[in-house]
Design a protein around this ligand. Structure first.
Ligand code: ZEM
Length: 288
């Protein structure tokens, strides 16, 4: 009798997911002495950026919603080379919390990584859903090409809806991580502390003497002469210095790290929310 009564009870609503717990588990996955500079943080940030940076505000296609990088056309895009490392690292989190969408997981991982590496707490909210097939993949060629000039950089970021100051603010993420010859073809990190979120990208860009790197058979890039020639800038990074308007913002962010944290925080939040229709009740979660 008791068993029959229990059977008649309505199935329990699934517990709402505690995203702070998910975030804490992601944070545990960051450090690994055997990987790169000791942290998966930089590649998590690149994953969140590439998942989002395909957005086209003119027709609403692309963006983080859908997590379409799981599918062949986008996973195999040369621009995304190496991001399988980040996606695979996050699989145990998806296995532990099957309720979370990949689209939410990848963007949350970027936010957690920035916070854990000493950056701002970027408010994040849940509500992205996963696409079911490759048909939702955006066309290739929407992500920026590092060998190109300011015109290309503006075209790509204006297409997403970013202005000049937001472009320069986002670019400071290159304080993190490094280039990998087997991923992009470039090499070296941008800064001397590539797992710490500081405004060093701007201070180095503005203060070092940058020269085309000699004795390098990869794609043309810049390296510093004043230092030991062990940090780099991409051609698109140099445009931040060569374009008068971009350069004003480089100086602004080099002079005041807090001003940059604020500008980066709002631009990154905007980036990972492009094209997403969040449920009306979705609260912003701010990690401590
Ligand atoms: Zn990057 N980025 N990026 N970027 N990026 C690389 C690495 C990283 C450009 C680009 O071509 C490259 C933004 C903007 C732009 C990160 C974050 C953000 C690499 C090296 C290249 C070539 C990849 C490799 O070899 O592993 C271009 C052309 C950009 C705009 C014009 C924005 C915006 C970012 C975030 C807000 C990060 C964190 C990395 C380091 C990844 C790692 O694995 O260390």
């Amino acid at each position: 009798k008791a068993a029959a009564a229990a059977e008649e009870e309505a199935p329990k609503e699934p517990e709402p997911l505690d995203y702070r717990k998910v975030a804490a588990d992601i944070a545990e996955l960051l450090d690994d002495v055997d990987y790169d500079d000791g942290s998966y943080g930089p590649v998590f940030v690149r994953l969140a950026w590439h998942a989002s940076g395909t957005y086209n505000k003119a027709d609403g296609t692309g963006g983080s919603n859908g997590a379409t990088m799981r599918f062949g056309p986008e996973a195999g895009d040369g621009a995304n080379a190496g991001l399988d490392v980040a996606r695979n690292r996050l699989e145990p989190i998806k296995a532990k919390y099957p309720q979370i969408s990949y689209a939410d997981l990848w963007t949350l991982a970027g936010v957690v990584a920035i916070k854990e590496m000493g950056g701002p707490s970027i408010p994040w909210k849940a509500g992205r859903t996963d696409a079911v097939s490759a048909e939702s993949c955006p066309p290739q060629g929407r992500l920026p090409d590092a060998s190109k000039d300011r015109k290309h950089v503006r075209e790509v970021f204006n297409r997403m809806g970013f202005d000049d100051r937001e472009i320069v603010a986002l670019m400071g993420a290159h304080v993190l991580g490094r280039c990998h010859p087997d991923r992009s073809g470039y090499h070296l990190p941008w800064t001397y502390n590539p797992t710490t979120f500081t405004n060093a990208y701007y201070t180095l860009l503005a203060s070092e003497y940058w020269k085309k790197e000699k004795n390098w058979d990869g794609p043309m890039q810049y390296s510093n002469r004043k230092g030991t020639g062990d940090i780099m800038m991409l051609p698109t990074d140099m445009e931040m210095l060569w374009d008068r308007t971009f350069k004003q913002y480089v100086k602004e962010f080099a002079n005041d790290e807090q001003v940059w944290f604020d500008a980066f925080s709002s631009a990154f939040k905007k980036l990972i929310e492009l094209g997403v229709q969040f449920p009306a009740e979705a609260p912003d979660i701010v990690l401590e």
